[in-house]
Design a protein around this ligand. Sequence first.
Ligand SMILES: Nc1nc2c(ncn2[C@@H]2O[C@H](COP(=O)(O)OP(=O)(O)OP(=O)(O)O)[C@@H](O)[C@H]2O)c(=O)[nH]1
Length: 441
Amino acid sequence: MSFFGKLKNRLFRSSSKLEEGLDAIVEEGGSAEPDAPSAPPRPPETPPPPPETPPERPDEVPPGMPDEAPEPDLPEEAPVPDDPVPDLPPAEPDPGPAAPPPADPVPQRPSESVPVTPLEIPQNDLPPAPETPVEVPQDDERGRRAPGLVGRLFGRGPAEAPVMRRTLDDAMIESLEELLIAADMGVDTALRVTANIAEERYGRRVSTREIKELLSEEIARIMEPVAKPLPLYPARPQVVLVVGVNGSGKTTTIGKLASQFRAAGKKVVIAAGDTFRAAAVEQLQIWGERAGVPVLTAPEGSDPASLAFDAMAKAQADGADLLMIDTAGRLQNRQDLMEELAKIVRVIRKKDPDAPHNTLLVLDATTGQNALSQVETFRKLADVSGLVMTKLDGTAKGGVLVALADRFGLPIHAIGVGEQIDDLAPFDPDEFAAALTGLDA
Ligand SMILES: Nc1nc2c(ncn2[C@@H]2O[C@H](COP(=O)(O)OP(=O)(O)OP(=O)(O)O)[C@@H](O)[C@H]2O)c(=O)[nH]1
């Protein structure tokens, strides 16, 4: 199955939620019409007013981070300071010559981009081309596949499904806003997207299919600028620091990326930097075996920075193309984590002043709006250069990716839609928008 097929199947919770919501909105105030082009635009009776009172923000970023089970091997938690400690990595890129300029966090010009080969769909996943022409089913006005022969025999032909259309008025705009907010798009993004859809169409009668297409276009437009593959640099090894809260999918993402890089002919080394959790190290070793990539470990409880230094030395000695460093995600003790990440960066810079070349923040889509506060927090802890969003297959909260793109503009390098080694793909805004809105690509 193609990756889009997988994405669409697996994003069903988000898309069906949006799809059903859109159907309901159009049906609620609309009426069935023969399948004809929508009525010509008529001038608005009143200009489209901005919403008088913006809807409440029920799903805005909740305070704090997700509850994480306290880890028994952790020391008593210290209070979390609001301000970073002085010796921490700056939120903004260093002004030094080796550091990336503020406008563009990329330290050097990438020599190539990852997903062209390593993250692309394997060709043998694609269905074989048909030898004889086949009848291609067309989508109906509601974005559903037209029935085949059997469907028509049972009287489910498109002619019998009248197209519902509804006038795009204030009430419909408000319902759309609420639907998008409920789909975790965030209040600001939902209001902007809806306003853009309503612009120039206010007062027109629109079908569900048209609304879906408009929504999909708007979402793709927001996502386009952030859809950037992981850049590759001439540096050897290119150091990729992977950060994120416990359970967000760091280990799995490292394993998937390592496997894809290796398949693309790159020599990869992994460092198991979460030395405080034996289980995390074991998981990474399993992924290393699957990917055929060496995993450097250190005794439980040892200094992650020292492991990172050793891993850097080994990767350099081995002529590795990539060194991927896993890190701990204990946000319960933010101060310790901050210092730990800062120390890792300090020591690897002794070997390469430009390292790390990428700092990937791995986010779990199922946390919904909480992902926004995780980005804010990790940007204070580390110089985050890009995002990977995991678990898009298990959530109705895929809309949060739109909010993230809209608010932070950080590159989204890849998305995870499953636990298998090939369930990671470059982020494609059009595919994502179509899958989210329930359209067929
Ligand atoms: N459904 C689904 N599950 C995923 C995806 N990515 C990771 N997971 C699962 O999420 C769980 C946590 O993933 P890990 O990779 O161990 O997360 P981590 O951030 O390394 O967690 P710690 O080791 O606790 O720091 C595992 O059960 C993974 O199989 C994904 O894209 N889809």
